[in-house]
Design a protein around this ligand. Sequence first.
Ligand code: ASP
Length: 303
Amino acid sequence: MHLLSIESLSDDHIAAILSEAQRWFDFNRSARRNDHRLDGLTILNAFFENSTRTLLSFEIAANRLGAQVVTMQVEMSSIKKGETLEDTARTLNAMRPDAVVIRHGRAGAPADVAALVDCAVINAGDGTGEHPTQALLDAATLQRHFGRIKGLTVAICGDIRHSRVARSNARLLERLGADVRLAGPPSLMPDGATAMTVDEAVSGADAVMMLRVQRERLEDELGDAPGEFLDRYGLTRERFALAGPGAMVMHPGPINRGVEIDGALADDSERSLILTQVEMGVAVRMACLDLLTAGRRGETGSA
Ligand code: ASP
Protein backbone atom coordinates (compact mmCIF):
# COMPACT_ATOMS: atom_id res chain seq x y z
CA MET A 1 0.00 0.00 0.00
CA HIS A 2 1.19 3.51 -0.84
CA LEU A 3 -0.01 6.91 0.31
CA LEU A 4 0.13 9.00 -2.83
CA SER A 5 -3.05 11.07 -2.74
CA ILE A 6 -6.27 11.45 -0.78
CA GLU A 7 -7.94 9.36 -3.47
CA SER A 8 -5.55 6.48 -2.72
CA LEU A 9 -6.98 6.16 0.80
CA SER A 10 -10.13 4.24 1.63
CA ASP A 11 -12.67 5.70 4.06
CA ASP A 12 -11.54 3.09 6.60
CA HIS A 13 -7.90 4.11 6.24
CA ILE A 14 -8.78 7.77 6.72
CA ALA A 15 -10.86 7.01 9.81
CA ALA A 16 -8.09 4.83 11.25
CA ILE A 17 -5.36 7.45 10.63
CA LEU A 18 -7.45 10.25 12.14
CA SER A 19 -8.33 8.33 15.28
CA GLU A 20 -4.85 6.86 15.78
CA ALA A 21 -3.40 10.35 15.35
CA GLN A 22 -5.34 11.59 18.38
CA ARG A 23 -3.84 8.75 20.41
CA TRP A 24 -0.31 9.50 19.19
CA PHE A 25 -0.87 13.21 19.93
CA ASP A 26 -1.47 12.36 23.62
CA PHE A 27 1.37 9.82 23.59
CA ASN A 28 3.75 12.49 22.27
CA ARG A 29 2.92 14.69 25.24
CA SER A 30 3.73 11.94 27.71
CA ALA A 31 7.10 11.60 29.42
CA ARG A 32 8.05 8.26 27.82
CA ARG A 33 7.21 8.42 24.18
CA ASN A 34 9.13 5.56 22.67
CA ASP A 35 7.22 2.83 20.94
CA HIS A 36 8.92 -0.17 19.34
CA ARG A 37 6.48 -1.34 16.71
CA LEU A 38 8.80 -0.35 13.85
CA ASP A 39 11.92 -1.87 15.44
CA GLY A 40 14.26 -3.13 12.74
CA LEU A 41 12.53 -1.27 9.91
CA THR A 42 14.27 1.38 7.82
CA ILE A 43 12.44 4.54 6.74
CA LEU A 44 14.13 6.50 3.97
CA ASN A 45 13.34 10.20 3.46
CA ALA A 46 14.13 11.65 0.04
CA PHE A 47 13.25 15.35 -0.12
CA PHE A 48 14.01 17.05 -3.43
CA GLU A 49 12.31 20.28 -2.29
CA ASN A 50 12.92 22.22 0.91
CA SER A 51 11.05 21.34 4.06
CA THR A 52 11.15 22.04 7.78
CA ARG A 53 7.89 20.72 9.24
CA THR A 54 7.25 17.75 6.98
CA LEU A 55 10.80 16.38 6.94
CA LEU A 56 11.43 16.77 10.66
CA SER A 57 8.03 15.38 11.62
CA PHE A 58 8.57 12.29 9.47
CA GLU A 59 12.00 11.82 11.05
CA ILE A 60 10.63 12.24 14.58
CA ALA A 61 7.60 10.05 13.84
CA ALA A 62 9.77 7.19 12.58
CA ASN A 63 12.17 7.56 15.52
CA ARG A 64 9.37 7.51 18.09
CA LEU A 65 8.12 4.25 16.57
CA GLY A 66 11.56 2.65 16.86
CA ALA A 67 12.53 2.64 13.16
CA GLN A 68 15.92 3.45 11.75
CA VAL A 69 15.66 6.67 9.81
CA VAL A 70 17.87 7.69 6.94
CA THR A 71 17.48 11.05 5.22
CA MET A 72 19.05 11.38 1.80
CA GLN A 73 21.10 14.56 1.42
CA VAL A 74 19.83 15.52 -2.01
CA GLU A 75 22.28 18.40 -2.37
CA MET A 76 25.16 15.96 -1.78
CA SER A 77 23.69 13.13 -3.86
CA SER A 78 24.30 11.87 -7.37
CA ILE A 79 21.17 13.77 -8.47
CA LYS A 80 23.64 16.64 -8.70
CA LYS A 81 25.70 14.51 -11.14
CA GLY A 82 22.66 14.08 -13.35
CA GLU A 83 21.29 10.76 -12.07
CA THR A 84 17.63 10.43 -13.02
CA LEU A 85 14.83 10.05 -10.50
CA GLU A 86 14.16 6.58 -11.87
CA ASP A 87 17.76 5.44 -11.39
CA THR A 88 17.77 7.00 -7.93
CA ALA A 89 14.57 5.09 -7.07
CA ARG A 90 16.07 1.77 -8.24
CA THR A 91 19.19 2.52 -6.22
CA LEU A 92 17.26 3.32 -3.06
CA ASN A 93 15.17 0.19 -3.52
CA ALA A 94 18.28 -1.99 -3.72
CA MET A 95 19.10 -0.87 -0.18
CA ARG A 96 15.84 -2.47 0.97
CA PRO A 97 14.06 0.31 2.84
CA ASP A 98 10.68 -0.51 4.38
CA ALA A 99 9.14 2.81 3.35
CA VAL A 100 10.24 5.76 1.24
CA VAL A 101 8.94 9.23 2.03
CA ILE A 102 9.37 11.48 -0.97
CA ARG A 103 8.92 15.16 -1.71
CA HIS A 104 9.52 16.32 -5.26
CA GLY A 105 8.90 19.40 -7.38
CA ARG A 106 7.10 17.44 -10.09
CA ALA A 107 3.51 16.33 -9.62
CA GLY A 108 3.37 12.57 -10.10
CA ALA A 109 7.01 11.89 -9.14
CA PRO A 110 6.08 9.87 -5.99
CA ALA A 111 3.77 7.66 -8.08
CA ASP A 112 6.61 7.05 -10.55
CA VAL A 113 8.89 6.04 -7.68
CA ALA A 114 6.16 3.78 -6.24
CA ALA A 115 6.09 1.85 -9.51
CA LEU A 116 9.81 1.08 -9.19
CA VAL A 117 10.20 0.06 -5.55
CA ASP A 118 9.10 -2.88 -3.41
CA CYS A 119 8.08 -0.92 -0.32
CA ALA A 120 5.47 1.64 0.68
CA VAL A 121 5.88 5.14 -0.75
CA ILE A 122 4.48 8.21 0.97
CA ASN A 123 3.96 11.42 -0.97
CA ALA A 124 5.27 14.25 1.21
CA GLY A 125 4.29 16.87 -1.39
CA ASP A 126 4.66 16.67 -5.17
CA GLY A 127 4.88 20.01 -6.95
CA THR A 128 1.42 21.45 -7.41
CA GLY A 129 -0.08 17.96 -7.06
CA GLU A 130 -1.00 16.78 -3.57
CA HIS A 131 0.20 16.82 0.01
CA PRO A 132 -1.98 14.14 1.57
CA THR A 133 -0.35 13.93 5.00
CA GLN A 134 -0.78 17.71 5.40
CA ALA A 135 -4.50 17.36 4.72
CA LEU A 136 -4.72 14.47 7.19
CA LEU A 137 -3.01 16.51 9.90
CA ASP A 138 -5.25 19.49 9.16
CA ALA A 139 -8.33 17.29 9.45
CA ALA A 140 -7.04 15.78 12.70
CA THR A 141 -6.38 19.28 14.05
CA LEU A 142 -9.94 20.39 13.21
CA GLN A 143 -11.29 17.19 14.77
CA ARG A 144 -9.31 17.79 17.96
CA HIS A 145 -10.35 21.43 18.29
CA PHE A 146 -13.99 21.31 17.18
CA GLY A 147 -14.74 17.68 18.07
CA ARG A 148 -16.08 17.13 14.53
CA ILE A 149 -15.41 17.88 10.87
CA LYS A 150 -18.83 17.20 9.39
CA GLY A 151 -20.77 20.44 9.04
CA LEU A 152 -17.79 22.75 9.59
CA THR A 153 -17.26 25.58 7.12
CA VAL A 154 -13.60 25.84 6.16
CA ALA A 155 -12.35 28.77 4.06
CA ILE A 156 -9.08 28.03 2.24
CA CYS A 157 -7.64 31.29 0.95
CA GLY A 158 -4.66 32.54 -1.00
CA ASP A 159 -2.57 30.94 -3.73
CA ILE A 160 -4.97 28.10 -4.53
CA ARG A 161 -3.59 27.58 -8.03
CA HIS A 162 -0.17 26.39 -6.87
CA SER A 163 -1.21 24.83 -3.59
CA ARG A 164 -0.99 21.07 -3.15
CA VAL A 165 -2.22 21.70 0.39
CA ALA A 166 -5.46 23.26 -0.91
CA ARG A 167 -6.00 20.41 -3.37
CA SER A 168 -5.56 17.65 -0.79
CA ASN A 169 -7.53 19.51 1.86
CA ALA A 170 -10.48 20.25 -0.42
CA ARG A 171 -10.65 16.57 -1.38
CA LEU A 172 -10.35 15.26 2.16
CA LEU A 173 -12.48 17.78 4.03
CA GLU A 174 -15.33 17.55 1.52
CA ARG A 175 -15.18 13.79 1.80
CA LEU A 176 -15.48 14.15 5.58
CA GLY A 177 -18.57 16.37 5.27
CA ALA A 178 -17.13 19.88 5.66
CA ASP A 179 -18.24 22.80 3.52
CA VAL A 180 -15.02 23.96 1.82
CA ARG A 181 -14.78 27.44 0.29
CA LEU A 182 -11.82 28.39 -1.91
CA ALA A 183 -10.88 32.02 -2.51
CA GLY A 184 -7.93 34.08 -3.64
CA PRO A 185 -6.71 36.60 -6.18
CA PRO A 186 -8.15 35.73 -9.63
CA SER A 187 -4.63 35.12 -11.02
CA LEU A 188 -3.96 32.57 -8.26
CA MET A 189 -7.18 30.59 -8.68
CA PRO A 190 -7.25 27.39 -10.75
CA ASP A 191 -8.70 27.71 -14.26
CA GLY A 192 -12.45 27.46 -14.23
CA ALA A 193 -12.80 27.89 -10.45
CA THR A 194 -15.80 29.89 -9.36
CA ALA A 195 -14.58 33.16 -7.96
CA MET A 196 -15.51 33.98 -4.40
CA THR A 197 -13.94 36.95 -2.72
CA VAL A 198 -11.84 36.29 0.37
CA ASP A 199 -14.37 38.32 2.40
CA GLU A 200 -17.19 36.09 1.19
CA ALA A 201 -15.23 32.92 1.94
CA VAL A 202 -14.28 34.05 5.44
CA SER A 203 -17.78 35.26 6.38
CA GLY A 204 -19.23 32.90 8.97
CA ALA A 205 -16.44 30.32 8.53
CA ASP A 206 -15.41 28.06 11.43
CA ALA A 207 -11.83 27.83 10.26
CA VAL A 208 -9.82 30.03 7.91
CA MET A 209 -6.83 28.29 6.36
CA MET A 210 -4.42 30.73 4.75
CA LEU A 211 -1.94 29.59 2.11
CA ARG A 212 1.54 30.81 1.40
CA VAL A 213 2.06 32.64 -1.87
CA GLN A 214 4.25 30.10 -3.70
CA ARG A 215 6.70 32.51 -5.27
CA GLU A 216 8.92 29.61 -6.39
CA ARG A 217 6.07 28.40 -8.63
CA LEU A 218 5.04 31.80 -10.00
CA GLU A 219 6.14 32.53 -13.54
CA ASP A 220 5.77 36.30 -13.15
CA GLU A 221 6.25 38.26 -10.00
CA LEU A 222 3.00 39.37 -8.42
CA GLY A 223 4.30 42.91 -8.61
CA ASP A 224 2.31 44.03 -5.60
CA ALA A 225 3.56 46.77 -3.35
CA PRO A 226 4.43 45.74 0.23
CA GLY A 227 1.23 45.28 2.22
CA GLU A 228 -1.02 45.32 -0.84
CA PHE A 229 -1.58 41.56 -0.92
CA LEU A 230 -2.45 41.53 2.78
CA ASP A 231 -4.94 44.38 2.39
CA ARG A 232 -6.63 42.92 -0.66
CA TYR A 233 -6.50 39.17 -0.06
CA GLY A 234 -4.73 38.37 3.21
CA LEU A 235 -6.03 37.64 6.69
CA THR A 236 -6.10 40.88 8.63
CA ARG A 237 -7.80 41.25 12.02
CA GLU A 238 -10.62 43.18 10.31
CA ARG A 239 -11.23 40.45 7.75
CA PHE A 240 -11.02 37.70 10.35
CA ALA A 241 -13.76 39.50 12.33
CA LEU A 242 -16.15 38.40 9.54
CA ALA A 243 -15.63 34.73 10.50
CA GLY A 244 -18.02 32.84 12.73
CA PRO A 245 -17.92 32.93 16.53
CA GLY A 246 -15.08 30.77 17.83
CA ALA A 247 -13.43 30.68 14.40
CA MET A 248 -9.80 29.56 14.23
CA VAL A 249 -6.89 30.42 11.96
CA MET A 250 -4.81 27.75 10.23
CA HIS A 251 -1.76 27.83 7.95
CA PRO A 252 0.39 24.91 6.75
CA GLY A 253 3.56 27.01 7.06
CA PRO A 254 5.94 28.47 6.26
CA ILE A 255 4.20 31.79 6.87
CA ASN A 256 4.88 34.93 4.90
CA ARG A 257 4.18 37.37 7.73
CA GLY A 258 2.45 40.49 6.52
CA VAL A 259 1.74 38.95 3.11
CA GLU A 260 -1.03 36.36 3.39
CA ILE A 261 -1.52 36.75 7.14
CA ASP A 262 -1.11 39.36 9.85
CA GLY A 263 1.79 38.13 12.00
CA ALA A 264 0.11 38.93 15.33
CA LEU A 265 -3.01 36.97 14.33
CA ALA A 266 -0.85 33.96 13.43
CA ASP A 267 0.73 34.20 16.90
CA ASP A 268 -2.55 34.65 18.81
CA SER A 269 -2.79 31.39 20.76
CA GLU A 270 -6.51 31.97 21.41
CA ARG A 271 -7.30 32.09 17.70
CA SER A 272 -4.49 30.24 15.95
CA LEU A 273 -4.15 26.47 15.47
CA ILE A 274 -0.90 26.79 13.53
CA LEU A 275 1.36 25.21 16.14
CA THR A 276 -1.24 22.53 16.91
CA GLN A 277 -1.05 21.66 13.21
CA VAL A 278 2.72 21.21 13.56
CA GLU A 279 2.31 19.06 16.67
CA MET A 280 -0.40 17.02 14.96
CA GLY A 281 1.96 16.54 12.01
CA VAL A 282 4.16 14.21 14.05
CA ALA A 283 1.13 12.26 15.33
CA VAL A 284 -0.45 11.84 11.90
CA ARG A 285 2.84 10.72 10.38
CA MET A 286 3.22 8.13 13.14
CA ALA A 287 -0.24 6.83 12.28
CA CYS A 288 0.62 6.75 8.56
CA LEU A 289 3.96 4.96 9.04
CA ASP A 290 2.28 2.44 11.34
CA LEU A 291 -0.48 1.72 8.82
CA LEU A 292 1.79 1.53 5.79
CA THR A 293 4.32 -0.83 7.33
CA ALA A 294 1.74 -3.13 8.94
CA GLY A 295 2.10 -5.71 6.14
CA ARG A 296 5.87 -5.85 6.60
CA ARG A 297 5.37 -6.60 10.26
CA GLY A 298 3.09 -9.51 9.43
CA GLU A 299 -0.03 -7.71 10.57
CA THR A 300 -3.24 -7.11 8.66
CA GLY A 301 -2.90 -4.64 5.82
CA SER A 302 -0.41 -4.82 3.02
CA ALA A 303 2.66 -2.85 2.26
N1 ASP B 1 4.64 23.39 3.50
C1 ASP B 1 3.56 23.30 2.55
C2 ASP B 1 3.98 22.54 1.31
O1 ASP B 1 5.08 22.04 1.26
C3 ASP B 1 2.98 24.62 2.22
C4 ASP B 1 3.90 25.61 1.59
O2 ASP B 1 5.07 25.33 1.32
O3 ASP B 1 3.43 26.71 1.34
O4 ASP B 1 3.21 22.45 0.39
